[in-house]
Design a protein around this ligand. Sequence first.
Ligand code: PRP
Length: 216
Amino acid sequence: MSMQNNSEPENHTDWGHYSSPATPWLWARVNGQSRPAHQGVAMDHEKLNVLISEERLQARIKELGKEIRAHYGDQCITCIGVLKGSFMFMADLVRAIGGDVRCEFLGVSSYQGGTKSTGVVRITEDLRHPIENQHCLIVEDIIDTGLTMDYLLKLLEVRGPKTLKTCSLLDKPSNRDVPLSTDFVGFSIPDEFVVGYGLDLGELYRNLPYIAVYSP
Ligand code: PRP
């Protein structure tokens, strides 16, 4: 997510709130976590505190895979990864699920009409195949306000899947803007700005093998 301005955030601890109208460029809530303005072109590891280690992540993903496979039995599951954030989780999750799995991807981008997400999501890359009569599982890296998932559920439901469920590696239940019931969740986390394992700040940090809190 590229930011429009490199100004220093005034309030470094104001995680989880929309940017003030006076400083909309500092804490752009662009359909996801409220995020600090990106300051550079390189990762700054001194600003990271590991929240979920690689070992915990991988162990939980293996459990999640077993839970999901147990739920569906030997039926084929169409896993729908939501780009970009889910790419790494999707890769590990489908291996942990095992059995018959179809992999599909959806590219989404928020409608940036202001500093607050409207919940209007633009599809940048649609599914390549119909999902009618299939068991579909939307795979996300994080559910924050719930606006993206709420939109995706409505979008896909009308395409006639046999079942439609959700799986998110991370969940911030305290930050919901829309009521949303989740099906499979890896970790519930506090309302902190997190990066790594697919989640970015200014398109960096996605390749970290762990989840870390970023403190500017
Ligand atoms: C993140 C994440 C979800 C969405 C969740 O995407 O991958 O799609 O935000 O936020 P919400 O619950 O508040 O709607 P982001 O917009 O950061 O794009 P990205 O996946 O390309 O990093």
